[in-house]
Design a protein. Sequence first.
Length: 334
Amino acid sequence: MTTNGNTDSESLRSGQRARNQTEFRRYLVSGRLSLVTLAEALTVAEMHSFRKAASMLGVMPSAVSTRISGLEDSLGYRLFDRQHGVRPTLQGHVFLDFAERALSLIAQAVATGGSAYRTNALHIALQSATTSGTQARLLEQFSLSSPDVFLIPEEVSPADLAGNLRRRRLDIALTPWVPDERGVILSRPLWHEDMLVALSDQDALAARATLTREDLAGRTFLVRAEGIGPSLMERLLPWLTEGLRAPMVEELHAGRDTLLLSVARNRALALVMPGARDLRAPGVIFRPLRGGPTMITFHAAWSRYNNSPTLRAFLKTVKTVFGPDRGFVPNTES
C-alpha cells in the first residue's frame, strides 16, 4: 500500500507539473512575456538607463519603456525604481536573476554544434603581472579544474571596468578598484599586496633597503595610461605631497616592460605591484615604501546578470581557493 501511495503521489505531482508547464506556455503565447522584453529588461538593469539600453540594442527608447511597463503590469510588480535613476527593485533583482539564467541556457542551446560562438571562454581582466603570487596560483588552479575553458586575459583601465563587465565584454576582473555599481556589479575581496617603487639600480636611492616619502619628494614618476599606475599614483599622491615638494608625473602609452626600461634609462620612478619583479627588466630594482597607504586589496568583480557557465566555474574555484567566507589571504610575496 505504501508503494501504491508513493506512486499515486508521484503521478499527481507529475500531472501538476505538466499542467503548470501548459499554463506557462499559454502565458508565453499570449505575448505578455517575450524574449525581446527579457533581453531589454536585463540591458536596462545593466545600463541604468532606458535610453542607453535602447541605443545598445538598436531599438527605440519608447518601445523599450512600453514593453517593460507592459511586463511589469503583467507580473503585478515593478521591476525598476524610476524615482532615483533607473535601478532594479528587490523583486526586480529576483526576477532578472532568473531571467538571466534562462537566457544563458537558451544561448547555449543556440550555440550547440556551432563554431561562431565560443561558450567555453572566460574573458578576465588582470591588472598586475601573473607569473607568480596569489593571482598566478588562482589562475593555475582554475586551469587545472576547468581544462576545457579557454582563458582570455585582458588589461582594462579601472575607468572602463564597469562598462565592460555590464556589457559582458569581460566576465570577471581581478582588480584593486571595484566599480561603484551597486546592485549590478558584485565583488568580494581576495588578497592584498603592498605596492613597490621601481627605480634604476644606478639611482642614489638604490642603496636603501626601504624608501620614505622624503626620499621621493620632487622625483619624476612614470605611469602607464592603460594600467593601474594612474590609480596607484592617485592613491599615494596626497601622502607624498603632505608638506613636501610634489612629485612630477609623466604618462606613458606603453606596456609594463617598456615602462620599466624607461625607468632605468631616465632614472625615473614608478609605482608597481610585486608581480612586476618577475619581468626582470635589466637595470631595474624594487624597493618597499615605509608608511603611507601602500596596501592594495585585490577583489573579484563581475556582473550579477552574467550567468555564463565559465564564470560560475571560476567563482567556484575562487570559493575553493579562498573559502566561502574568506576575507584576505596573507601576502606571500618575498
